[in-house]
Design a protein around this ligand. Structure first.
Ligand code: NAD
Length: 465
């Protein structure tokens, strides 16, 4: 079936999808959950072929999906009900409520770094809200794309939800269709293409992008704990995590201790027996040769400009492998501070005080995530008050995404727009239609119709005095 015929078939199905009860929608979400678990081994195998992802890390993505599916299933009937709101003087005597209706057709252009989660998670909210959906997985994760395709076509008919595999040309073709909502995960270059295509049809958009996420470690922080957690957060998925801590602003007084603790943590995680980081089954590879060359280039350029290689730096192009690496003495002139690293490199910058840390953060775009490690309430408040980010975690990292459906997930400006997660997923793909209903048989007095009466003028005059 061609892209346009799938799109049209979905449009023709919208009236029926919209009429589906909460119970019917929940049954399908549950079937999706069952199918995902049934295909767990295939999903693990697929992601292992792509990034050398270990089973536990793929299972963590399945956990995120399970949490979202269960939370939405539990609450959907309540969310779908019209929500009564208070009256105002102008709507007195009438019934005012919000009726959530599906937007229509949703497109999910997905990426490769957590492919099963990013292929599926956004469509959970879209389908729950009564929309149709098309998923375009990343061509860089082709094995997961195929499994996703099989799972979706087992659970849904293509006039409700379909997977269309392919690369940029396929995405371009899809973007020509008048979708009601386009959801995109990936980098800025394509984000701009998606935003422009959406503008052609005034489609709503969610952009889930990345950027440079700062982590702040001040002198009151538990250095050992901060280094352990940040080493974990930075090296998860070999640094290919959108909310990973991209650069670490450490108080100069504790910088060396922090680096030593981070080194110890990396050895503990990935080389506990000393037989080599490359032997760790839990340390993935970079996704393509191009990504490998880009990250290696960032490390080489930073060192050539004066950065210190504190740890790691080994690599093997044939395996797309870069060992967990720590760089210090990094500055803004280096490319590594001008683009998202998205690789296994811990960038450590020693700072004299909070103002210096703030000035470095302010020179970057608003990040998807910002992390604060401190025991000082005033310092925590200072950074919360003076920075902006899609999300923040205090004294940890990476735990804010996909773990608590009460917390909306998304970015701000260059790191993205829109939010998903739990109720926010339902809301993102719904039109909250405002309805004002007069009681049946009601007759309005209509004092606000021309020619304006004295009583109406008096009333308005009183309100504005
Ligand atoms: P990408 O932008 O290269 O590709 C993403 C999708 O865009 C793919 O499906 C691809 O086929 C499509 N695409 C590529 N070229 C296109 C074109 N010319 N026209 C239309 N579509 C096109 O992905 P990437 O940049 O390698 O992804 C990594 C980025 O994604 C990082 O910046 C990361 O931070 C971000 N990310 C964000 C989140 C989040 O939730 N905020 C999650 C994961 C990754």
């Amino acid at each position: 079936m061609s892209i346009s015929s799938i799109f049209i078939a979905q449009q023709d199905n919208h009236t029926a999808l919209r009429a589906r009860s909460a119970e019917q929608r929940i049954r399908q979400l549950q079937a999706l959950g069952i199918e995902l678990i049934k295909r767990k081994k295939d999903i693990c195998r697929a992601q292992n072929k792509e990034l050398k992802t270990c089973e536990m890390d793929t299972e963590a993505q399945l956990m995120m999906l399970k949490i979202e599916l269960e939370f939405i299933s539990k609450n959907l009937a309540k969310w779908m009900k019209p929500r009564k709101v208070k009256n105002s003087q102008a709507t007195m005597g009438k019934k005012c409520y919000i009726q959530y209706e599906p937007k229509g057709s949703m497109l999910n252009i997905s990426t490769w770094n957590a492919p099963i989660a990013i292929n599926i998670l956004p469509i959970v909210g879209a389908l729950a809200a009564g929309n149709s959906a098309i998923v375009k997985p990343s061509e860089l994760a082709p094995h997961t794309a195929t499994v996703t395709h099989e799972i979706i076509s087992t659970v849904f008919s293509s006039n409700q939800c379909a997977v269309i595999e392919g690369g940029p040309e396929t995405a371009q073709e899809l973007l020509k269709q008048p979708f009601d909502h386009i959801y995109y995960t990936g980098g800025h270059r394509v984000g701009r293409i998606v935003m422009k295509a959406a503008a052609e049809n005034f489609a709503d958009i969610t952009l889930e992008m990345g950027g440079k996420n700062p982590a702040i470690v001040d002198s009151t922080a538990d250095v050992n704990n901060a280094a352990l957690k940040l080493a974990w957060g930075r090296m998860a998925n070999a640094g290919q995590v959108c909310i990973g801590p991209d650069y670490i602003l450490v108080d100069k007084t504790i910088e060396q201790k922090f680096i030593e603790e981070a080194k110890a943590a990396l050895i503990r995680f990935y080389n506990p027996h000393g037989d080599g980081f490359e032997k760790s089954a839990e340390f993935p590879r970079l996704i393509t040769d191009g990504h490998f060359q880009r990250v290696k280039g960032l490390i080489d350029e930073a060192i050539s400009k004066g950065a210190t290689l504190e740890f790691g730096g080994q690599n093997d192009a044939s395996q797309r492998y870069i060992s967990p690496t720590i760089l210090s003495r990094v500055n803004d002139d280096m490319a590594i501070m001008q683009e998202e690293v998205f690789g296994p490199v811990m960038v450590v910058i020693g700072c004299e005080d909070a103002e210096k840390k703030l000035s470095i953060i302010k020179r970057q775009h608003k990040p998807l995530a910002l992390y604060i490690f401190s025991k000082d309430r005033r310092a925590i408040n200072f950074f919360l008050q003076n920075t902006s980010a899609g999300s923040t975690v205090v004294n940890h990292n990476l735990i804010q995404s996909g773990t608590n459906p009460h917390l909306p997930f998304g970015g701000i400006r260059h790191s993205g727009t829109g939010r998903i997660g739990g109720f926010q997923s339902f809301l993102e793909f719904s039109n909250p239609r405002s309805v004002v209903e007069a009681p049946l048989g009601w007759r309005d007095i209509n004092i606000n119709f021309p020619p304006y009466s004295k009583i109406y003028k008096k009333l308005v005059g009183k309100m504005l005095s």
